[in-house]
Design a protein around this ligand. Structure first.
Ligand code: PLP
Length: 405
């Protein structure tokens, strides 16, 4: 494995200064920084072979189309899907969930049917289902969490019934860091023939994702959270579902034959890709996945585990600091609050020291409601972070405390 200095040198932005201070980037849960090879891959498209995909007979269009389809193949092998037909590009996790919520609702949902979510969901995995439920007269059921921020599996098992039509849960909580027991969740749903969608927005970048081993029906993630460009995401679905589901958007490329009377749809996966896709970003994402593989997913996971343990030790030793999300199974995310200091004040002072953290509800208001708080400060770490940066954060928090003393 490359050493940490070599890894950091791959990410040009990490050497910049903010307000004259070295940047400490702890907002990886919101978006990750990009290695030079990803920046180069996107530049290369526009500089040397840009042409709209799947449309032209000309050289550039052929080259772009080929690179785009290679990117699909890269995603397929990265998540260990069976077939390229099961990989659909979207605009991101939000785009993927909205698409499935619409199609699934149109095809299968009737009044009184139920969709199960967990209390840990990001708004992107709540609102699209709520919109679908309103349209179709269906009902959302929610798996509760305990004080550590873990879902209560026994309560989940009780919620599963003949009314359940789909379970949609996150792989890891963006607000608290908790990793969910997705294998158990999927096995229980399948035992009553209910499909499952896993929101991998906070899962894919922290370890090995194998959709076949997981046996999930749908898996979604965003390129920008795994060192790729923004504006590209993935919707994986088992072929059996994709063949039955109607498209969620109409337009160019997703069609076979169009007349004013009737349209027939293109084969998979194109049936779900309407209009000009963000092919430069898909190509950039493929390069990001190659980069992750070159570092090694086990190496990334073990380095992040070490950073999480160090950061948890340093932060929990600070008087007046409370960590929300204390499960033993966590991604490298720490949500906290300092007694009597509003999270925005903490975030703004840390920013002036060059430390980027996220403050607020993290698009997970129900999680905050569960604890009766209006937000936290969140430090989300990844493998390019260092223990020295964690020390800078701990010193910064002491400074915040002294300013408010
Ligand atoms: N789901 C989870 C768990 C997330 O953390 C996020 C973003 O933070 C999303 C969904 C939405 O991702 P995007 O904004 O890339 O669509």
């Amino acid at each position: 494995m490359k050493n940490i200095a070599e890894i950091r040198a791959d990410f040009p932005i990490l050497s910049r200064k903010v307000y004259g201070k070295p940047l400490v980037y702890f907002d990886n849960g919101a978006t990750t920084q990009k290695p030079q090879c990803v920046l180069d891959a996107v530049d290369e498209v526009y500089e040397s072979y840009n042409g709209n995909i799947h449309r032209g007979v000309h050289f550039l269009s052929d080259m772009s189309s080929e690179a785009y389809e290679k990117a699909r193949e890269k995603v397929r092998s990265f998540i260990n899907a069976d077939k390229r037909e099961e990989i659909v590009f979207t605009s991101g996790t939000t785009g993927s969930i909205n698409g499935i919520a619409f199609s699934f609702g149109e095809r299968y949902i009737k009044p009184g049917d139920e969709i199960i979510l967990s209390h840990l969901e990001h708004h992107a995995n709540i609102v699209p289902w709520q919109m679908m439920c309103e349209r179709k007269g269906a009902v959302l059921r929610v798996i509760p969490i305990n004080d550590k921020g873990e879902i209560i599996l026994d309560e989940y098992y009780k919620l599963l019934s003949s009314k359940t039509k789909l379970v949609s849960v996150t792989q890891a909580s963006n607000a608290l860091g908790t990793i969910l027991p997705v294998k158990e969740i999927i096995a229980a749903a399948h035992s009553v023939n209910v499909p499952v969608l896993i929101d991998g927005a906070q899962g894919i970048q922290h370890g090995i994702v194998d959709v076949k081993a997981m046996d999930t029906d749908f898996y979604v993630f965003s390129g920008h959270k795994i060192y790729g460009p923004a504006g590209i995401g993935v919707l994986y679905g088992k072929e059996k579902w994709f063949s039955e589901l109607p498209p969620f958007q109409g337009g160019g490329d997703m069609v076979d034959k169009v007349t004013f009377e009737k349209t027939t749809y293109n084969e998979l996966p194109f049936k779900f890709e309407a209009g000009t896709m963000n092919y430069p970003a898909a190509i950039g994402l493929a390069r990001a996945l190659d980069y992750v593989l070159s570092i090694g997913r086990e190496n990334i996971a073990s380095r992040e585990k070490e950073l999480l343990s160090y950061a948890t030790g340093r932060l929990s030793a600070i008087k007046g600091l409370k960590i929300y999300g204390t499960s033993d199974r966590k991604i490298s995310t720490i949500s906290f609050h300092i007694k009597d200091i509003h999270q925005y004040d903490t975030g703004m002072i840390l920013d002036k020291i060059g430390i980027a953290v996220r403050t607020g509800t993290h698009c997970a208001q129900p999680v905050m409601d569960r604890y009766g708080i209006d937000g936290t400060v969140r430090a989300s770490l990844c493998f390019y972070n260092t223990k020295e940066e964690i020390d800078t954060l701990a010193d910064g928090i002491e400074k915040v405390k002294s300013m408010f003393a």
